[in-house]
Design a protein around this ligand. Structure first.
Ligand SMILES: [Zn+2]
Length: 210
C-alpha cells in the first residue's frame, strides 16, 4: 500500500521588529510562509504551492495578516512620538517639583517646552491638572526617559537635559535636588557625567559648573 498525502511546511521569509497589536509594543516578528507539499510515506516531496503567509509575534506567538507590517514604520514613529512627549512632559514637571516649590516662571517654562516639543498643545490649566496627576502617580523620572533614550542621538538627549536645566534655573537658582534629578535623567538616557558637565559648561560657563 502506498501512503501519500499533503502537508504544510512553514518557512521564514523575513524577520525584524514590528508593533505587535496584542503586546502593544515593539516585538520581533517572523514573516512565515506555509508551502503545501505532496508527501509520500509522510516525506514531503513535491511543493504544491503556497498555502498562505502570515506574521508571527516572537513574544506572544500571536499570528496576524501581512497587513500588520504595513504602516508599521508609521505606527512605530507615532508610538515613539507619544512616548517622547510623555517623557518630556513628565520629566519637566518632576524637575519643577524637585525643590518642593512650584514657581510661576518654572510653570511658564515647562509649558513652553511641552508645547514646543509635543504634538498636543496644552493650556496652563491643562498643565495644572497634569501636575496634580504626576504628584499622585509618583512615577519615577526615569520611567519614560529609559524608553526614549535608546532611540535618541546625543543631540536629542542634550535637548532634554538642556530643557530640564532651563526649568530648574527658571526660579533663579538650581538647587541640589534639581541637580540630582538632572543627573538621574541623564543616567536614564545612558549619558556620561562628563557629557552632562559639558552641557552645564556650555550653558553657564566654567564658574557655575558643579
Ligand atoms: Zn505579540
Amino acid at each position: 500500500m502506498i501512503i501519500f498525502g499533503t502537508t504544510g511546511i512553514k518557512s521564514t521569509i523575513k524577520s525584524g521588529d514590528f508593533h505587535c497589536p496584542q503586546c502593544e509594543q515593539s516585538k520581533p516578528y517572523r514573516h512565515r510562509k506555509v508551502t503545501k507539499f505532496f508527501t509520500l510515506y509522510f516525506i514531503p516531496l513535491i511543493p504544491l504551492g503556497s498555502a498562505g503567509e502570515y506574521v508571527e509575534c516572537g513574544n506572544c506567538k500571536g499570528t496576524y495578516i501581512l497587513r500588520v507590517l504595513n504602516n508599521n514604520a508609521n505606527s512605530n514613529n507615532e508610538q515613539f512620538m507619544a512616548t517622547y512627549e510623555k517623557a518630556i512632559r513628565h520629566s519637566m514637571v518632576l524637575i519643577m517639583l524637585a525643590d518642593g516649590v512650584i514657581d510661576n516662571n518654572e510653570k511658564k517654562q515647562v509649558l513652553k517646552i511641552i508645547n514646543k516639543f509635543g504634538k498636543n498643545d496644552l493650556t496652563m490649566s491643562h498643565l495644572e491638572n497634569y501636575i496634580e496627576q504626576v504628584k499622585k502617580e509618583k512615577e519615577d523620572v526615569t520611567t519614560y526617559l529609559k524608553k526614549v533614550g535608546p532611540s535618541l542621538n546625543d543631540h536629542g538627549k542634550e535637548v532634554i537635559i538642556k530643557c530640564a536645566i532651563s526649568v530648574a534655573a527658571a526660579d533663579g537658582n538650581i538647587d541640589e535636588s534639581e541637580l540630582l534629578m538632572i543627573n538621574k535623567m541623564a543616567k536614564a538616557m545612558q549619558m556620561s557625567s562628563a557629557h552632562v558637565k559639558g552641557i552645564f559648561t556650555e550653558m553657564f560657563g566654567e564658574s557655575k559648573n558643579n
